[in-house]
Ligand binder design. Sequence first.
Ligand SMILES: Nc1ncnc2c1ncn2[C@@H]1O[C@H](COP(=O)(O)OP(=O)(O)OP(=O)(O)O)[C@@H](O)[C@H]1O
Ligand SMILES: Cc1ncc(CO)c(N)n1
Length: 269
Amino acid sequence: MMSITPKALTIAGSDSGGGAGIQADLKTFQELGAYGMSVITAVTAQNTKGVQNIHAIPVEMVVDQLKSIADDLQPHALKTGMLFSVEIIEAVSSHIREFHWNNVVVDPVMIAKGGSELLRKDAVEALKKYLLPLADILTPNIPEAEQLTGRTIADKRGREDAARFLHDLGAKKIVIKGGHLPHESEPVDLYYDGEQMIEFKGKRIETSQTHGTGCTFAAAITAELARGKSPAEAVQTAKAFIQEAISSPLHLGSGHGPTNHWAYRRNNQ
Ligand SMILES: Nc1ncnc2c1ncn2[C@@H]1O[C@H](COP(=O)(O)OP(=O)(O)OP(=O)(O)O)[C@@H](O)[C@H]1O
Ligand SMILES: Cc1ncc(CO)c(N)n1
């Protein structure tokens, strides 16, 4: 019998430097055995030093890419990353709904490591209103969770309250990533499915080579969902994948270097 090839879709921005965005997502899909597809929402001129320029793709072209995929290649799971504007968020959300796509991972990308705006400030409300209720798994980092909830998160309790708040807004499952709490020696990613809270702990690596960690983590979850894994299993594998990717840096570029997308498969074959 012919086995089914898992198909994973990323709806995100292009990072010319290859460490984040579409490029990180496709590399991660490939490493985890999913066939990767992409809908590009914006092109960034970017490297490890920062974002030099952003060009948003016209919304009609974003919609045409979505339709091309829906017409021929239904994804088993998808993730959203950099969506940039209200118009793109509205178009992406309405088409995900129209096509009845599920296993939707929403990475609410807002600001790049160097401080560049990857989501316009006026688009945060649209993200909350249109996209968040479609999220099977929402993966904010701490500053993104603070923006979405309007609350400051300083500790475990703050993280748990934020997870509950985001669940009330409609996200079915939430992972609040702990990379941005540098005082924690074990970066904890808190998973909440509306009933139980699970802490996924890693070992903090002292490094500047963390460009694209969030994209890679969400892409790994998406690939695992496409392969039929449960959300909690998918998050567990994604945590192992990103831990290994951060642990074996490639030392490329002079700024925040990319993670190593090969490391997980090399170490787990
Ligand atoms: N220094 C580190 N050592 C170990 N794990 C880390 C480190 N930094 C981040 N992580 C892990 O990487 C994953 C991504 O978390 P992070 O908070 O960095 O996402 P992000 O801020 O969205 O990334 P990005 O900068 O790409 O947007 C999480 O699982 C987090 O725990
Ligand atoms: C295109 C793109 N998406 C996401 C991020 C966040 O890491 C980035 N730096 N660039």
